[in-house]
Design a protein. Structure first.
Length: 302
C-alpha cells in the first residue's frame, strides 16, 4: 500500500496510490496519522467501502504525508560507517570515537515541507547548507522497550527524507545537532508512505543527485545499525507514538566532506530516490529566513 496526503481544493486529503490514480479516502475518517493508528487492514476496508473518488496521479499536489506530529522528528546520526569515516578531521575539532550504539538526536517538525516544494536558503543563517538523503520509518503502533525481534511489527511504513543541514550552526552550538538541523521549511518528506509488504527494505537503493550528478548512493543493508535495532534502541524505556517519524541516517557523499566542499546554492536541484519509494525533487531558492533577529549572521560570527 502506498499512502499519500494530497492537497485537494486547498484541503489535505489522504489517498492510496493505485497505478495512475489516487483513490481518496473519506475526509471524515481523519488524517494519515489517525488512519495509520487504525492499521493497514482497516485502511484497505475503508478503501473498499468508500464511494469511488479518484484523481489522476499526474498533476496531483503532493503534501508531506505526515501533517501532524506528536513530537520532534527522531533522527539517527552516523548510521553508515563510510559516512562516519568521510568526516574524520572535518568536524572542526568536534571529532568523536566510533560509536558502539546508535547516535540519536531530534529536529523540529516545522522543518517539514512537501516532496516537491522549494527549499529556502538564507546565507545569513548559514553559509554551509548541505544535503543528506535518508529513508524514514513511520511508527504504526504505540510501543515501548520492544525487542529487535518484534521491532519491525511496530513499523507502519517507509518514506524518503532530505535532511538539509547547516554545518556551521552544528559547530557553533557545541556540536549538538538540533540547531543545525531545525531551520523551518527545509526538510522535504514523502512523497508516499509505503508499507513493508511492497518493499525489500535491506535492498532499497538510496540515491541523491545534485544538478544531475550522483552525490550519494547506498543500499540500506549497509547501515551500521539496522532499522530493527534503531527502533529497539529508541524505544528502550521511551514510548514511541503512532505517526512518529524516525530518519535512519545518511550514507557517504555529503557536501561538507568533499574536497573541495560542495554546499547548496540558489538554483540547485536535488533529487532523492529510493527503490519502491519514489523520489523527492526540490529546487533551492533564496529566502529571508532570519527576519528581525539580532543574532549576528554566520559570516559575522566566525
Amino acid at each position: 500500500m502506498r499512502l499519500a496526503t494530497i492537497n485537494v481544493s486547498g484541503s489535505p486529503r489522504v489517498g492510496v496510490v493505485i497505478a495512475e490514480v489516487i483513490r481518496l479516502l473519506p475526509a471524515d475518517e481523519g488524517d494519515l496519522v489517525t488512519l495509520i493508528g487504525r492499521g493497514a487492514a482497516e485502511i484497505a476496508r475503508l478503501l473498499d467501502a468508500a464511494p469511488a473518488e479518484e484523481i489522476p496521479l499526474a498533476g496531483a499536489h503532493f503534501m508531506a504525508p505526515i501533517q501532524r506530529f506528536n513530537r520532534d522528528i527522531l533522527c539517527t546520526g552516523w548510521n553508515y560507517w563510510d559516512h562516519f569515516e568521510e568526516s574524520r578531521g572535518k568536524r572542526e575539532g568536534q571529532d568523536v570515537e566510533k560509536p558502539m550504539a546508535p547516535t540519536f538526536f531530534t529536529k523540529g517538525p516545522n522543518t517539514v515541507i512537501g516532496p516537491y516544494d522549494d527549499i529556502g536558503l538564507d546565507p545569513y543563517i548559514s553559509s554551509k547548507w548541505d544535503y543528506e538523503a535518508e529513508v524514514a520509518v513511520v511508527i504504526g503502533r504505540r510501543c515501548r522497550s520492544v525487542s529487535q525481534a518484534e521491532a519491525l511489527e511496530n513499523v507502519f511504513g517507509y518514506t524518503l527524507v532530505n535532511d538539509v543541514s547547516q554545518r556551521d550552526l552544528q559547530r557553533r552550538h557545541g556540536g549538538q545537532w538540533l540547531k543545525g538541523k531545525s531551520i523551518d521549511k527545509t526538510m522535504p518528506l514523502g512523497p508516499v508512505i509505503v508499507t513493508a509488504d511492497e518493499l525489500d527494505v535491506p535492498e532499497i537503493q538510496l540515491e541523491l543527485t545534485l544538478n544531475g550528478a550522483v552525490m550519494q548512493s547506498a543500499k540500506l543493508k549497509q547501515m551500521a545499525f539496522p532499522i530493527a535495532e534503531l527502533v529497539s534502541e529508541l524505544s528502550f524505556g521511551m514510548t514511541l507514538e503512532v505517526g512518529d517519524v524516525i530518519i535512519t541516517g545518511t550514507p557517504s557523499g555529503i557536501g561538507n566532506a568533499r574536497e573541495p566542499a560542495v554546499f547548496l546554492k540558489p538554483g540547485d536541484e536535488i533529487v532523492v530516490s529510493g527503490t519502491g519509494l519514489g523520489r523527492l525533487r526540490n529546487t533551492v531558492v533564496a529566502a529571508d529566513l532570519h527576519g528581525t533577529t539580532d543574532i549576528p549572521s554566520m559570516s559575522e560570527a566566525k
